[in-house]
Design a binder for this molecule. Structure first.
Ligand code: NAG
Length: 506
C-alpha cells in the first residue's frame, strides 16, 4: 500500500504540471475527457500538495502586503486574490469561469480620544464620519434622546452623552442638530460599549458628527472633571463609508452532469484589519488546489467552485448569488460544501453538525450524509473529529435557506480549546483555536500546515466522492426555509452575523 502510494504520488506529480501549464488540448471530434480516469478520492487526495498550498499562501500574503495589510472586499488585495485564482483556473482550460460583480456598502474606521494629554480607550461606531475635533467637553442632559437635552453650550464643542433608551445614531444626529463639533457616548454600565453602530448611513434628525464611545468608568470620570471646570477633549476619527465594487468568482467544470452540480466554496475576502491567510485564505486555497488537480480526471457530476466576496461583511457574496439565482438554477445544485478557516494554528478537526446530533440544528435532508462523508474521512485516517454547530454563519447559510443540503469543515476561530480537545489534537488548552482571528497577525505563520493538508484532503475526498455519485443525497423538491436566516437581516445585522460578534444599536 505504501509503495503503491509513493508510486502514484510520483507518477501524478509528474503529470500534474503538464495539466496545469497547458490548456486542455483540443482535438476536433474527440472528447479527451472521456479518455481520462473517473475521479477517485484516493488519487485526488494524493495530488494535493502541502508545498503548493503554501505557495498560494505566500502569494495571498503578498497581495495583502501591497494593499495596506488587507484583502478586504473593495481593496486591491481582494481584487488581486480573485484575479490570481481566475488566472490559474482559466489556464487549465477545464472550467468555465465567471465573475459576478456588484456594489456593496463598505464602512470601516477607528478613533482615538485624549483629554488633557491622557489617551482614553475609545471605539468607533460603524457609519460614524471622519474628523478631528479639539474642543471643550459639554455635558448633555438626561440621555440625549430629544433636542431639549442638548444645552446651547454644546454648539461648537464636544457633547458628552450617556448611553441608554434611544439609538446611538439618534444621539449623534441630535448632537449634530445642536451644532456640536463632536460627541462622546459613554456606557451606562461598567465596561466598554462593544460593537456599536449608528445603524444607518444617515438619519433625518440631524447631521452626524465625529463620535466615539468610552467605558462607563471613563464616562463617570469625565462627568466629574467637566463639572469641576473646563476640560478640553481631542477626538480623532478615521473612517470611510462608501459603495465598493467587488466580485464573486465561479469555475464550473465544462463536463459532467450540470443538473447535479457539486458546489464547493470559500470566501476570498479578509477582514479590513488583517491579511486573512487562515480566514479564509486557507479554505479558498484548499479548493483552489483541488480545482487545479481535478483536470486530470473526468467527473460524473459537474463541479462548481465558488469564491465569495464580502463574507466578512455578512455573507454578502453568497447571499447575492443565491438571491439572484433563478429557482431552476438552484435546483441544479445537488449540494454545497463550505471551507471557511481550515488551518487554525491551535486547530480542532470540526465538521458541521448537519445531522443536528450535537447542537440540534439540522440542515436540509442530505446534510447529514455530508457530515458522515467527512466523518468517514477522518476515521479512515485514524484522526479524531468533532461536530461544530450548523448555525449558517458562513457562506453555506444562504444555501440552507433555499433548501440545498450543505456541509463543511472548520478548525476553530476565537473559541478556546478545551483540555479534552488538547488531548485529541495536541496544541494548547485554554488558548483560542486561532489567537490571530480577524487580526493583522493572521499571516502565513498563522497556518497549521498539517491540519491544513489533512483538511484539504478531506475536502478532496468529499468533492471526489460526490463528483462520482450523489447516492444518498435527496433530489426531491425543495422549499425555502420558513426562517430564512440571512435574507431577512438588515445591512448592519448581516455585517456582524458572519463573525458572530455582538452588535449594539443603542
Ligand atoms: C476591483 O474590481 C472591481 C470589479 O472588477 C472594480 O469595479 C473595482 O474598481 C476594483 N477595485 C480596486 C480597488 O481595484
Amino acid at each position: 500500500m505504501k509503495l503503491t502510494s509513493s508510486f502514484l504520488t510520483l507518477a501524478l506529480a509528474l503529470l500534474t504540471p503538464v495539466a496545469i501549464a497547458n490548456p486542455e488540448p483540443q482535438i476536433p471530434g474527440i472528447d479527451l475527457n472521456a479518455l481520462k480516469p473517473l475521479v477517485s478520492s484516493t488519487l485526488l487526495q494524493l495530488l494535493v500538495q502541502d508545498r503548493s498550498l503554501f505557495n498560494h499562501a505566500q502569494q495571498f500574503a503578498k497581495f495583502a502586503e501591497a494593499s495596506g495589510g488587507t484583502r478586504a472586499f473593495g481593496s486591491p488585495g481582494h481584487n488581486a486574490t480573485v484575479a490570481y485564482i481566475k488566472r490559474q483556473l482559466d489556464r487549465t482550460g477545464y472550467y468555465d469561469t465567471e465573475l459576478q460583480t456588484f456594489p456593496y456598502l463598505f464602512s470601516e474606521g477607528s478613533a482615538t480620544f485624549a483629554v488633557e494629554g491622557r489617551d482614553i480607550p475609545t471605539a468607533w461606531f460603524t457609519y460614524g464620519p471622519a474628523g478631528d475635533v479639539e474642543k471643550p467637553i459639554v455635558l448633555v442632559n438626561n440621555l440625549g434622546c430629544t433636542p431639549e437635552d442638548f444645552p446651547p453650550e454644546v454648539a461648537g464643542n464636544i457633547a458628552l452623552i450617556s448611553r441608554g433608551t434611544c439609538e446611538f445614531g439618534l444621539k449623534t444626529a441630535l448632537a449634530g442638530a445642536a451644532g456640536a463639533a463632536g460627541a462622546i457616548i459613554y456606557n451606562n454600565a461598567p465596561g466598554a460599549v462593544g460593537g456599536g453602530t449608528l445603524g444607518a448611513v444617515s438619519r433625518p434628525d440631524g447631521p452626524y458628527v465625529p463620535v466615539s464611545s468610552v467605558t462607563g468608568e471613563e464616562g463617570a470620570t469625565l462627568r466629574a472633571a467637566v463639572a469641576a471646570g473646563e476640560v478640553i477633549g481631542k477626538l480623532h476619527v478615521d473612517a470611510v463609508t462608501e459603495d465598493r465594487y467587488s466580485s464573486n468568482l465561479f469555475a464550473t467544470t465544462k463536463h459532467g452532469d450540470k443538473d447535479n452540480i457539486i458546489f464547493a466554496g470559500g470566501h476570498s475576502d479578509s477582514v479590513p484589519a488583517g491579511p486573512g491567510i487562515n480566514d479564509d485564505g486557507s479554505g479558498t486555497m484548499s479548493i483552489l488546489e483541488i480545482a487545479l488537480r481535478l483536470p486530470l480526471f473526468k467527473v460524473n457530476n459537474a463541479v462548481r467552485f465558488g469564491f465569495w466576496t464580502a463574507e466578512e461583511f455578512g455573507l454578502v457574496g453568497s447571499e447575492h448569488y443565491i438571491t439572484n439565482l433563478p429557482q431552476s438554477e438552484r435546483d441544479k445544485i445537488a449540494l454545497y460544501l463550505n471551507f471557511d478557516m481550515v488551518a487554525s494554528p491551535n486547530f480542532g478537526y470540526f465538521i458541521y453538525d448537519g445531522d443536528g446530533s450535537a447542537f440540534g440544528l439540522t440542515g436540509p435532508p442530505g446534510s447529514e450524509h455530508i457530515e458522515k462523508t467527512f466523518e468517514d474521512f477522518f476515521k479512515g485516517k485514524r484522526l479524531r473529529s468533532a461536530p461544530t454547530e450548523f448555525s449558517g454563519r458562513s457562506d453555506y447559510g444562504p444555501f440552507l435557506d433555499v433548501g440545498i443540503p450543505a456541509g463543511g469543515l472548520f478548525t476553530g476561530a476565537e473559541g478556546v480549546k478545551t483540555a479534552e480537545e488538547a488531548q485529541w489534537w495536541g496544541g494548547q488548552a485554554g488558548v483560542a483555536y486561532d489567537a490571530c482571528y480577524h487580526q493583522a497577525c493572521d499571516g502565513v505563520a498563522n497556518l497549521h500546515r498539517e491540519a491544513w493538508l489533512q483538511n484539504t484532503r478531506a475536502a478532496a475526498h468529499s468533492i471526489a466522492t460526490y463528483a462520482r455519485s450523489i447516492d444518498g443525497i435527496p433530489r426531491s423538491a425543495r422549499s425555502v426555509s420558513a426562517e430564512a436566516r440571512v435574507a431577512d437581516l438588515n445591512h448592519e445585522e448581516r455585517r456582524h452575523y458572519a463573525c458572530g460578534h455582538k452588535i449594539s444599536f443603542d
